[in-house]
Design a binder for this molecule. Sequence first.
Ligand code: OSB
Ligand code: MG
Length: 380
Amino acid sequence: MFRVEHITLREIRLPLKEPFRISSGVVSDRRICLLELTDADGIVAWSECVAGEKPNYSAETIDTAWLAIEAWLAPRVFGTSFDDALAVFPVLDHNVVGHQMAKAAIEMGCWDLAARQLGIPLSRLLGGTRDRVATGISIGIQSDPDKLVQRARAAYDAGYRKIKVKIQPGADVEYVGAVRKALGPSVHLMADANSAYTLDDTEHLAKLDALDLIMIEQPLGRDDLVRHAALQRQLTTPICLDESITSVERAEDMIALSSGRIINIKPGRVGGFAVSKAIHDVCELNAIPVWCGGMLESGIGRAHNVALASLPNFQLPGDLSPSARYWERDIVTPEWTMDAEGMVHVPLDRPGIGVDVDMDRVDALTVRRLELGHASAIAR
Ligand code: OSB
Ligand code: MG
């Protein structure tokens, strides 16, 4: 049983080491919303809202999430006693359409709170069984194939167990082909289009089949489950859905329609851990492998993703790069690292997310802050 008494919302700005370009946009300075949740006993938990600055990946942005949390979502949890963390999502979801990333931020913070209260690692509260999780890298769109090959080679040498290359029309078959040629046939290679194509591109996308990719992620639009099914019938490469899967029902639809054969689970995209676990379970029943995606998280969001990726059906390497891939310095200690085998270790030696938040650094990076609590919820 737990009760959230207070949430401090903060926005920090964290500059990426280098801009990250995908087909729908580019980001260089990450605007990140952090939640610090406190319960009645003074236990403090953390979470991160993964919404970006612009609505290019989904309809949400950090500003819409901030509003949703302040106005509609946080007031629902204050003063409510929850039997367990699974009970939080239905309360946030009832009669609030969308805003999955805002819901997830609160919900995942509640999971950390529950784990800390029980004195167990977040991974284990979620049902995780692994001690280490395999890591892949997601490489943004580069100016030419040679640059991409350089990046991919460096990642392969560093030990990454999967190399994902962002693609868009004009930077696809030739680019990925150059990487396949340079790194050889055994490297686990994939491409992510972030919805950059339509069914008119079927013939062109089918050229990727010759490159023996482990999957192609989200080639078509987020609402295009039927069209993805048509495309999948024309490809030997498995389609993996990302943007399209926003709920358990969408995962079931993908399976029923054969719109794809793999799912990238991002807890932020689906409203948090309860839904992530349900998607994990439905996929396991249907022999659909899943892996944990990333949204350029800070060390706090990464902690949540690593905990989720320790569940059994996370069979493929996740987008869980170490801190140093993104930031000069992360906001947690220890920072996230990867061993020479491309594995990230699941922190199992302490309760909750398993890393400490560097408060001095967070304070220094904070550009806005809002205190939300039980009293203000009643006043509203
Ligand atoms: O499609 O997976 C994606 C980042 C921002 C928005 C969408 C995506 C991504 C990534 C980043 O691929 C993966 C990472 O966090 O390393
Ligand atoms: Mg993706």
